[in-house]
Design a protein around this ligand. Structure first.
Ligand SMILES: *[C@@H]1O[C@H](CO)[C@@H](O)[C@H](O)[C@H]1NC(C)=O
Length: 262
C-alpha cells in the first residue's frame, strides 16, 4: 500500500522517486515578445567571479566571454531561451528581490551557452560574475552562497559599447569547400535566423545552414572564392549586408570585424 502511494506520488511529480520535480520548458522567448517581466530560476556555475566555463567558451561558440564586450556577463539559457542555438547573442535584463542581498536593479546578460536542466519553465544558469551582478554592492559573494534563487527576466535589445561592430569568425577547419561562419556582437535583436553569402562575381546570395550555436555553414562543390559578402537576418526581421566582409585569401580560424552594426 505504502509503495503504491509512493508510486502514485512519484508519477504526479514527474516520475522521479526523489529530487526536485521536472518542470516542462516555457514558451520560446522571441525578439517580438512584449518584453514583460517573467519569473525564472537562477543558478550559477564556474568560478565565483568568472565567466562560466573554464575555457571561457560555451555552446554558442563564442570564445573569451570573460573579455569585453561580454565581460563575464554570460548566461546559459534553457530551451525556450537558447532555442537550439538560435537564441545565441540575445540579451536579457535580469533582477531578483529575494534574498535580502538582491539589489532589485536590472542588469543585462548575454546568452552565450545552454542549459537544459528541467528545474523551471525558464532557467538562467549564470556565470558567477553575472549572478553576483544581481546583488547589492559588496554582497555578491553572499548572494552566490544562495546557489539557486527566484529571479525575473525580460528580453531587451542588445547594445554594445562604443563602436563595437558585428564580427565574423571563419571557423577552424574551414577550407575552400567548407565554409563555417560564427556571427557575434549583434546589437538590436541580437539573435540571427538567417545568414547568406555572395561570393566574388556571383549575382545572388545563397543561404548558409544553421550548424550549431552561433555558427552557420555551407558545403560547396566549387571552391568558395573571396571576397565574400554577408547578409544577416535577425529574429525580428531586420536585415543588414556587409559587402566584401570576408576578403579574398580568407583563412580559417580568423576573425573578420565588419564595419556595420544594427
Ligand atoms: C522553439 O525554438 C526552437 C529552436 O528554434 C524550435 O525548434 C522550436 O520549434 C520552437 N518552439 C516553438 C513552440 O516555437
Amino acid at each position: 500500500m505504502l509503495v503504491a502511494v509512493a508510486v502514485v506520488l512519484a508519477s504526479l511529480v514527474g516520475g522521479a522517486w526523489c529530487g526536485p520535480p521536472k518542470v516542462p520548458p516555457g514558451k520560446n522567448i522571441s525578439a517580438t515578445c512584449d518584453g514583460k517581466w517573467l519569473d525564472a530560476k537562477a543558478t550559477w556555475y564556474g568560478k565565483p567571479t568568472g565567466a562560466g566555463p573554464d575555457d571561457n567558451g560555451g555552446a554558442c561558440g563564442f570564445k573569451e566571454v570573460n573579455k569585453a564586450p561580454f565581460n563575464g556577463m554570460g548566461a546559459c539559457g534553457n530551451a525556450p531561451i537558447f532555442k537550439d542555438g538560435f537564441g545565441c547573442g540575445s540579451c536579457y535584463e535580469i533582477k531578483c528581490d529575494k534574498p535580502a542581498e538582491c539589489s532589485g536593479e536590472p542588469v543585462v546578460v548575454y546568452i552565450t551557452d545552454m542549459n537544459y536542466e528541467p528545474i523551471a519553465a525558464y532557467h538562467f544558469d549564470l556565470a558567477g560574475t553575472a549572478f553576483g551582478a544581481m546583488a547589492k554592492k559588496g554582497e555578491e559573494e553572499k548572494l552566490r552562497k544562495a546557489g539557486i534563487i527566484d529571479m525575473q527576466f525580460r528580453r531587451v535589445k542588445c547594445k554594445y559599447p562604443g563602436d563595437t561592430k558585428i564580427a565574423f569568425h571563419v571557423e577552424k577547419g574551414c577550407n575552400p569547400n567548407y565554409f563555417a561562419l560564427l556571427v557575434k556582437f549583434v546589437a538590436g535583436d541580437g539573435d540571427i535566423v538567417g545568414v547568406e553569402i555572395k561570393e566574388k562575381g556571383a549575382d545572388e546570395f545563397k543561404p548558409l545552414k544553421h550548424s550549431w550555436g552561433a555558427i552557420w555553414r555551407i558545403d560547396a562543390p566549387k571552391p568558395i572564392e573571396g571576397p565574400i559578402s554577408v547578409r544577416l537576418t535577425t529574429e525580428g526581421g531586420a536585415k543588414l549586408t556587409q559587402d566584401d566582409a570576408i576578403p579574398a585569401g580568407w583563412k580559417p580560424d580568423t576573425l573578420y570585424p565588419s564595419k556595420l552594426q544594427f
